[in-house]
Design a protein around this ligand. Structure first.
Ligand code: H2U
Length: 346
């Protein structure tokens, strides 16, 4: 098959879904929406930012003078711990269930003007440690069965504040996306007694078509089934069900890979590159979950410049996700970018 010329569908074995790839369409002209660039000239401390150290949040609480990571209960959390347990069923067509959970906000750094690609690796490691602690502490609660750790970056992604931060939503149900991945990984594990992603990265490392870089413990690649133009994954080389299985060296390696990928992203269009990124891992329901091989996914919306993003509309809302530029071409572009942040180039 000629992946760079002919329209085709690609299979995502992790979610059991398909993406339509139309590589011949990459050159179509764009007369649509152009995004505004957010100003990148931020002070290290913004007195009006509710995430900066020492500032007052919307509910009147004052943030401490934190030095690296600071985590607090989301004041406007989507999920609440003390939700009454109720079920509603009116026949088979009207079903509802109450959902309990916890929302946490994770400030990555007190410096308002930094983002992950500009942070020191040691400070990113502190974020990794905080994620592990939160996964364990939230997961230990009897009403929490799944912990979703994520970073929503950039106004174009609906992020409300440029201060470096992420969120954690922990809840009693396993949400749809990780559940699909769990079912696919379980099926593969039962069939082969190997993890789907161990086999996948072994093949990707052989092929070297979509691998961006690797370090001792992680592989960074554009997945074969990528939907977003510059979608990427960080996959641990060792099969681990959950981030709390990482050794200290593996945590350092994750911080290293997180920084290197996001520096390349910023360098792509010389802008603070927006994305939604998050960790998919085993639920905290008390089971072993040998099938799970945790991983970190990055879904960036930008398509051809700092101001032209991909829209998931039309055919994509009605039929299947679709992409123009092939995953291999995107990987080539990202692979050839420098790992020195463009702001630090003389
Ligand atoms: P986003 O930038 O991704 O929207 O995340 C910021 C979160 O911070 C958001 O979920 C919370 C919002 O509810 N928040 C507080 O908890 N306290 C505040 O004072 C303002 C915002």
């Amino acid at each position: 098959m000629n992946f760079d010329e002919n329209p085709h569908r690609r299979y995502n074995p992790l979610t059991d879904s398909w993406v339509l790839v139309s590589p011949h369409r990459a050159k179509r002209p764009w007369q649509g929406q152009v995004e505004k660039l957010a100003s990148d000239n931020r002070p290290a401390h913004d007195p009006s930012c509710y995430l900066c150290a020492g500032n007052t949040r919307a509910n009147g609480e004052v943030n401490p003078e934190y030095k690296n990571v600071y985590i607090f209960d989301n004041d406007f959390a989507a999920l609440l711990a003390d939700t009454p347990q109720e079920e509603y069923a009116d026949g088979e067509l009207f079903l509802a269930k109450s959902e309990s959970g916890v929302g946490r906000v994770v400030c990555f750094s007190p410096y308002h003007n930094l983002t992950v690609p500009e942070m020191e690796e040691a400070d990113i490691r502190a974020v990794v440690d905080a994620w592990v602690d939160e996964y364990l502490q939230l997961g230990a609660k009897d009403f929490i069965n799944y912990v979703q750790i994520f970073e929503n970056k950039g106004f174009v992604m609906g992020c409300s504040n440029p201060h470096p931060h992420g969120q954690i939503w922990a809840q009693s149900s396993i949400p749809d996306e990780p559940l699909k991945k769990q079912q696919a990984q379980l099926k593969y594990w039962q069939k082969h007694q190997r993890s789907l992603l161990s086999d996948y990265i072994a093949r990707e490392l052989e092929k070297q078509e979509r691998v961006l870089f690797e370090n001792e413990h992680f592989v960074a690649l554009v997945p074969f089934w990528a939907v977003w133009p510059f979608e990427a994954m960080l996959i641990p080389k060792r099969k681990m069900a959950r981030i709390s299985d990482m050794t200290s060296d593996e945590r350092d390696a994750l911080a290293n890979a997180y920084k290197r990928l996001t520096v390349r992203y910023d360098n792509l269009f010389e802008t603070s590159f927006p994305y939604s990124a998050g960790i998919h891992q085993a639920p905290t329901d008390g089971e072993e979950h040998d099938e799970w091989h945790w991983h970190f996914v990055f879904y960036p919306p930008l398509l051809r410049s700092a101001t032209v993003k991909k829209f998931m509309v039309g055919y994509e809302m009605l039929a299947n996700p679709q992409r123009d530029i092939s995953a291999e071409k995107s990987a080539n572009i990202l692979r050839n970018l420098s790992e020195i942040h463009y702001k630090n180039v003389e």
